[in-house]
Design a protein around this ligand. Structure first.
Ligand code: ZN
Length: 175
């Protein structure tokens, strides 16, 4: 193994090695794709280091938090704000010989206003009457004066809801 240590081998080996390095360098230089990737990686890592080393002022953070809070409040306000329709105060009417009261509730899924708490009022004392349904008869009864009704065994509440909505469509209701 004397030849390894010989100056000929060392100088030849060095020459081949430096030629090999020069070839790689040339190859990378000529190959724009590879060098572009290397440049991009360099650029990104430089930016990351720059960002990580950035001196952050406390008021920047406070401003950012404030901006986020304002945006969240604004979105919630916009979502929660439901424009009341013209018929919103139409909550009482005499339909099918009875006086009815009800409330409006906005259904965000169907984006429609629903009639809720539809109640028939006692003709004697204007007290809300409750429904009696025993499977055969559908009646109203006044808890205050015990006024009792017979409505021909038919639940007319659904009809009343349809009439209310129809009145709104026809614009024949008291605002
Ligand atoms: Zn009554």
């Amino acid at each position: 193994m004397k030849w390894i240590k010989s100056p000929w081998t060392i100088s030849l080996g060095t020459a081949i090695f430096s030629m090999f390095l020069a070839m790689i360098y040339d190859y990378l230089k000529k190959n724009p794709f590879l060098s572009t990737i290397i440049e991009v990686v360099k650029w990104v890592s430089n930016k990351i280091i720059l960002i990580l080393n950035y001196e952050i002022k406390v008021w920047w953070i406070l401003c950012a938090i404030l901006a986020i809070v304002i945006v969240i409040v604004f979105i919630n306000l916009k979502r929660g704000k439901i424009i009341k329709p013209d018929f919103y105060n139409y909550r009482k009417d005499t339909l099918k010989d009875w006086t009815w009261t009800w409330d409006w509730q906005y259904d965000s899924k169907s984006r429609k206003w629903d009639i809720i708490n539809l109640i028939v009022r006692c003709p004697s004392c204007d007290t809300p009457m409750y429904n009696i349904y025993n499977g055969y008869y559908f009646d109203f009864k006044c808890p205050r004066c015990d006024y009792n009704t017979k409505t021909n065994n038919v639940d007319i509440r659904n009809d009343v809801k349809i009439i209310i909505k129809s009145n709104i469509e026809k614009k024949i209701y008291k605002k």
